[in-house]
Design a protein around this ligand. Sequence first.
Ligand code: NAP
Ligand code: ZN
Length: 383
Amino acid sequence: MKTSRVHLLIHLYPYHVHIVMSTTQFSSQSHGQYDSKAYSSAGPKSPLVQTTIPRREPGDNDVQIEILFCGICHSDLHQVRNEWSAMPTVYPCVPGHEIIGRVTNIGSAVTKFKPGDLAAVGCLVDSDGNCSQCQTGLEQFCPHMTLTYNSPDVHLGGVTYGGYSDSIVVKEHFVLRVPSNLDLAGAAPLLCAGITTYSPMRHWGVTKGKKVGVVGLGGLGHMAVKFAHALEAHVVVFTTSLNKKEDALRLGADEVIVSRNTEEMNKHIASFDFIIDTVSAEHDINAFIQLLRPDGTLTLIGAPDKPHAVSALGLLFNRRNLSGSLIGGIAETQEMLDFCSKHNITADVEVIPIQKINEAFERLSHADVKYRFTIDMASLKAK
Ligand code: NAP
Ligand code: ZN
């Protein structure tokens, strides 16, 4: 795979697509590089296939990680299929941002890790460190943040490549410590599905006794149920899949509503403090807005490309809030992992060899996973 090619640069903030230029202009630091095995997609309709990608040799502040497990997020599917008009995909694309592994090498200035340690990486691998967002631990909103994949790679040119790979090199600040009591395959999804649901619950004050709704019982949704339950809220799951009802209760829900049943929905009008919407596809959010009590909040974390239609009156009455949330900062991600360690929380995973990736993508597109696929990266080493 060549790294020097012309490609699109995507700037998430202020949320628009920027320019087309030569990748070589971004090779601001010269590093040695080595080959890593990976799975990549060549286009929106292409399957993921095995390939070789370059990784930089660790610099002074870098941690090199052998990847053991990588979760499969619906964002990987959106990105590989080029479904986000605001964030076009640069091909070849190597997705994966729920990474758990073992440290194999460190740079001379690294202090928090040593070879042999467990380590984790989520959706972010860099940011400027100076802006007010970085200074307050909100690296995910840094105007210069670098996503784990499909962001410009300042070290090697081209774009960053994610965790569907046998190794990765990441700046120490963006590497998380993995609590020793957590199952590693189940812990991988915490790095995106976990923090993306934990962060808004902390921000909007989900606590004991609050009535909390979770829309969509997928990878993010099932983590939201676990966190809301651990925070002692009254948890109500909204699902379109009748067959997930028993699971929702087992995962910690107090009630389950089939969201396409209007009668069931109407029983809960104006009663929720907080609803988190994880749905990956187009759907009617007004049906959930009307369930919020006065000053209640609906937070969107699901990311369908098509804009939602919102009823103004639905928000005006009861002074309801509609908001969004994006992953979480590095300190909060560590806080979430430590919370999971204390409450013994991991994702419910179906572990697959990487050779089954295209089948897993297809099933994920039909909400057919209970509740997160995690790739066992040992399969990538197998001949
Ligand atoms: P997922 O495992 O596929 O779960 C999505 C769930 O949404 C499905 O299980 C299904 O739940 C429900 N759903 C799917 N299609 C639907 C439809 N047409 N109508 C109503 N409900 C539907 O996906 P995920 O990995 O949890 O990701 C969910 C979304 O969050 C994606 O758009 C992803 O890109 C986004 N995301 C955002 C962030 C962020 O920072 N904000 C981070 C990660 C992911 P039921 O079967 O229970 O109905
Ligand atoms: Zn994700």
